[in-house]
Design a protein around this ligand. Structure first.
Ligand code: GTB
Length: 222
């Protein structure tokens, strides 16, 4: 059965792959599961049909027969548990990979999101520079800790797993801030992760949504 996910009809990041459907697309590509995409506008996300899928009116969601899921972490975990390739067979290693998924979502992503929110909504405030210093210090704390744990290893715990997929997705949210560049092993980790063919396919698929929403180049407009 082909699952259906939801994604922004008009991506606010203009196809940069920063919205959370990207991590679900990436997991689907890693496990070789074809999928369909239902594009939803911001207005549609707050209407009853979508609220039935997602109580908070957000993307991504995942529908597989009569199973409807929300939360990117839960969706990636479902895919990782149902298919080979994203979780190790060994029971302890499997739980450690799941711990890394939670660490990405619960420990590393929150300060990164807080920083992005401040940039988006508070950068005109007189106290913005001071607040940003505090928020960036929190991000650096997590990056430093993560960098020390990763060391020279290619992935967080043995072979590439859903934990690495989620952590790389979260680090990518730092985008062009340059913060990851101060940690060469983390920058290499992200580069290694995004060089994976599955990531590349997922990125191209979400970028295509943005490109298709743009008027064709050279089209005259009055
Ligand atoms: N915890 C949930 C999960 O992991 O699935 C969070 C889901 C979520 O925040 N979804 C966002 C959403 O639907 C899109 S990803 N927002 C609309 C709303 O809440 O009304 C967040 C996001 C949005 C835009 C960018 N960007 O432009 O760069 C990056 C990330």
């Amino acid at each position: 059965m082909t699952p259906t996910i939801t994604a922004f009809a008009t991506s606010p990041d203009r196809g940069k792959g920063l919205a959370r459907d990207m991590r679900v697309r990436w997991a689907l590509e890693e496990v070789g599961q074809p999928y369909a995409v239902r594009l939803v506008s911001l207005a549609e996300m707050k209407q009853p049909p979508h609220l039935a899928r997602h109580p908070f009116g957000q993307i991504p969601t995942y529908e597989e027969g009569d199973l409807i899921l929300f939360e990117s972490g839960a969706i990636v975990l479902r895919l990782a548990e149902r298919h080979m390739g994203l979780l190790p067979d060994d029971a302890h290693a499997r739980m450690r990979a799941i711990s890394w998924m939670f660490a990405a979502l619960n420990t590393v992503e929150p300060p990164i999101v807080e920083r992005s929110m401040a940039w988006l909504f508070e950068r005109e405030e007189p106290w913005y520079a001071q607040r940003m210093t505090v928020l960036e210090a929190r991000v650096h704390q997590r990056l430093g800790e993560l960098s020390r744990r990763l060391g020279e290893a290619p992935w967080l715990d043995g072979a590439f797993s859903a934990g690495d997929l989620m952590m790389a997705s979260v680090l990518l949210r730092l985008g062009s801030s340059g913060l990851v560049d101060g940690y060469p092993n983390l920058a290499a980790f992200v580069a290694r992760a995004t060089a994976r063919p599955a990531y590349q396919r997922a990125y191209a698929a979400q970028e295509a949504v943005f490109l298709q929403s743009q008027p064709a180049a050279g089209t005259a407009s009055a």
